[in-house]
Design a protein around this ligand. Structure first.
Ligand code: PEP
Ligand code: MG
Length: 270
């Protein structure tokens, strides 16, 4: 699972204060009953505007002030969010990850905020990770791996930025397929870099619950799939019917193709 914290921000007419956020996150921790909460820090801008955080007009908002870039322009908002998460965690397992990071510099800037808060509010079992949504981050995963605790591949955005297709585009979005071999190569690079440093990799985009993609992702040695609750039974059934060997063959097959259509034709339909 993945807590997209911007939904909490979108539900309020003003930026939710510390107490409001602590209450919301506590709710999530309580429901998880000891399982780790994976919280993605505020991911607005681009397709997700916030009325109380007006942004200057941008010609290409998807390439503009989005995700962590926007958060780093108002670090006090990110700091309050992290403080609320650590307070609500109360030493329960917490994974914090940053969206739309492009390289180590941005990750370090965001992580410094977490470290500052952590010095005040100790949190055992805290892991700090980075989302792989921008191709530069996958290409440079080996530089990030020593400093992150985990990677989480946001295949929705990673596909959008790799194929240069707006994920919501009326005519083109059908071609924005995460099973495109270029996206799979980036996932492969991410996993290799992570495992070389004993870090884990999750997939949190919609590809994680695509029955044709699941064998490929497992064959690429991905460690965790994050899916909506409705898809959990389907994904579990898929995984239980697979051997590691078969998954590896499917991944190899997919990586050898030239287009998403070729990959889908070659893979078994489950
Ligand atoms: C993604 O981009 O794959 C992702 C998980 O984030 P969102 O869909 O919320 O942008
Ligand atoms: Mg995203």
């Amino acid at each position: 699972g993945l807590l997209r914290t911007e939904f909490i921000f979108m539900e309020h007419p003003d930026s939710p204060d510390l107490d409001t956020q602590v209450k919301e996150y506590r709710h999530a921790f309580d429901a998880l009953n000891g399982l780790p909460l994976v919280a993605r820090t505020l991911d607005v801008g681009g397709d997700k505007p916030l009325d109380y955080w007006p942004l200057p007009h941008e010609d290409n908002p998807f390439l503009g002030l989005r995700g962590i870039r926007l958060s780093l322009t108002r670090p006090e908002i990110l700091e309050t969010q992290v403080r609320a998460l650590l307070t609500a965690a109360d030493n329960r397992p917490l994974r914090i990850m940053f969206p739309m990071v492009k390289d180590l510099e941005e990750f370090r800037a965001a992580k410094a905020i977490v470290e500052r808060v952590r010095a005040e509010i100790p949190c055992q079992g805290l892991q700090v990770g980075v989302m792989i949504e921008v191709p530069s981050c996958a290409l440079l995963a080996h530089t990030l791996a020593p400093e992150v605790d985990f990677f989480s591949v946001g295949t929705n955005d990673l596909t959008q930025y790799t194929l240069a297709i707006d994920r919501g585009h009326g005519q083109l979005s059908a071609e924005s397929d995460g099973l495109h071999p270029s996206v799979l190569q980036l996932i492969r690079m991410t996993v290799e870099a992570a495992h070389a440093h004993q870090r884990w990799v999750g997939i949190c985009g919609e590809l994680a619950s695509d029955p044709q993609a699941i064998p490929v992702l497992l064959g690429l040695d991905v460690d965790e799939l994050s899916v909506t609750s409705r898809r959990v039974p389907l994904v579990k059934a898929c995984i239980r019917g697979l051997s590691r060997e078969h998954a590896r063959e499917q991944a190899k097959l997919a990586l050898g193709k030239a287009t998403a259509a070729e990959v889908r034709d070659a893979l078994e339909t489950l």
